[in-house]
Design a protein around this ligand. Structure first.
Ligand code: UD1
Length: 362
């Protein structure tokens, strides 16, 4: 491999790309690296701040596609990326995760005959109402190198008929970023800024369309968070999609202990998470981060593409009903924190294994 391009587009991509970028620079200095940002996420707090926190360079190429419907966004990434890939002619395009930019990148490269490596392949929620499930399935179907984070992903790919020689169980690269940042978390002032001392508090994130785009469901969840905030302070960095939904519903906080914040950077968010008593979320990545850290996680969804976080980690699916959320939070707040589990190959060394696979495959 002489020339590798990595595509990122949205917030959950950066922590999956950064370790590979760094390790390739250290261990394969002769390989030319090009970092392409689709611009799917563009707000400073959804993008730039992460590049600083993760010690990533500015992207070499920004496609500036911005927001739009799924078709618009996917098509814009493809149209902007195609001439870039023709020009770069990389030996491999690395795509990560399951956002629209991931699928768009894989489709564009595959049709140009450029090998595609998918980091975080094989995850399945078996819920095609989730846009990410379509992105995952379609990306895996056209990828040449499928890099998996857990054994159940291997099993999913085998069931779909993906030849075993294309699949490489390398572990969870997002945990590489987490391991890297943990010693530096004290640099974050977020707890002081929020006046959170040693008291137990709950950290919340919500952004899934299935939860936040439906005003009735969102109100039910917010009512639940109010009720939880009677037991412990609740801190909620709000995703732009969710902020729009809350603004649209004319919603204003009515409790001092339910704190709504702007989205946080990686360092601040991980500081907030590691010190929390519990996390309530509908994110995919946070189910994994909390599992690694041993922090109880209540996932406001009916399913997960990351079942290992339930069987081996600290995650629990609770759906979006108010009583479930409040009851589960009460149980956790009354209990001691479990010891952090050990999950196979979630060890901070995944990027090195990916680099090995790539250098021998392309
Ligand atoms: C996307 C991913 C989702 C991922 C999430 C993490 C897809 C299909 N979804 O969802 O898998 O979990 O990112 O955040 O790719 N917006 C801003 N500023 C930004 C970005 C978005 O204001 O920097 C607003 C826009 O109104 C936009 C909306 O948020 O329309 C949704 O953004 P979009 O990228 O379409 O999807 P996410 O909900 O962020």
């Amino acid at each position: 491999m002489q020339n590798m391009a990595i595509l990122v587009g949205a917030r959950p991509n950066y922590m999956k790309a950064a370790p590979l970028w760094r390790v390739a620079g250290e261990e394969a200095p002769d390989v030319t690296r090009t970092l392409v940002h689709s611009g799917q996420h563009y707000d400073r707090q959804m993008s730039d701040v992460f590049f600083g926190d993760l010690a990533m360079p500015e992207p070499d190429i920004c496609l500036n596609v911005g927001s739009g419907s799924h078709a618009e966004q996917t098509a814009r990434v493809m149209m902007a990326l195609e001439p870039v890939l023709v020009d770069l002619a990389p030996d491999v395009l690395v795509v990560v995760g399951d956002v629209n930019s991931t699928l768009a990148g894989a489709l564009t490269a595959a049709k140009l005959g450029i090998p595609v490596a998918h980091v975080e392949a094989g995850l399945r929620s078996f819920d095609r109402a989730m846009p990410e499930e379509i992105n995952r399935m379609a990306t895996d179907a056209i990828s040449d190198i499928l890099l998996t984070s857990c054994r159940d992903a291997d099993a999913n790919l085998a069931r779909e008929g993906v030849p075993a020689e294309k699949v490489h169980f390398v572990g969870n690269i997002m945990i590489d970023s987490l391991v890297q940042v943990l010693p530096h978390l004290e640099r974050s002032d977020i707890l002081d800024d929020l006046g959170l001392g040693k008291e137990r508090y709950v950290c919340v994130t919500l952004h899934r369309p299935s939860n936040v785009d439906d005003p009735v469901k969102l109100k039910d969840i917010m009512d639940a968070l109010y009720a939880v905030s009677d037991q412990a302070p609740v801190v909620f960095p709000v995703h732009p999609r969710t902020r729009k939904a809350l603004d649209g519903a004319g919603w204003t906080p009515a409790s001092d202990s339910l704190r709504l914040l702007e989205p946080l950077g990686y360092l601040d968010f991980m500081r907030l998470t590691t010190c929390s008593a519990a996390v309530i979320t509908d994110s995919g990545g946070i189910q994994e981060e909390t599992s690694y850290l041993g922090i109880p996680c209540l996932t406001v969804r009916e399913n997960t593409e990351r079942p290992v976080t339930i069987t081996e980690g600290t995650n629990r699916l609770i759906g979006a009903a108010k009583d479930e959320i409040v009851g589960a939070a009460r149980e956790i707040l009354a209990a001691d924190r479990p010891p952090p589990p050990e999950i196979e190959l979630w060890d901070g060394k995944t990027a090195g294994r990916i680099l090995e696979v790539l250098t021998s495959a392309v």
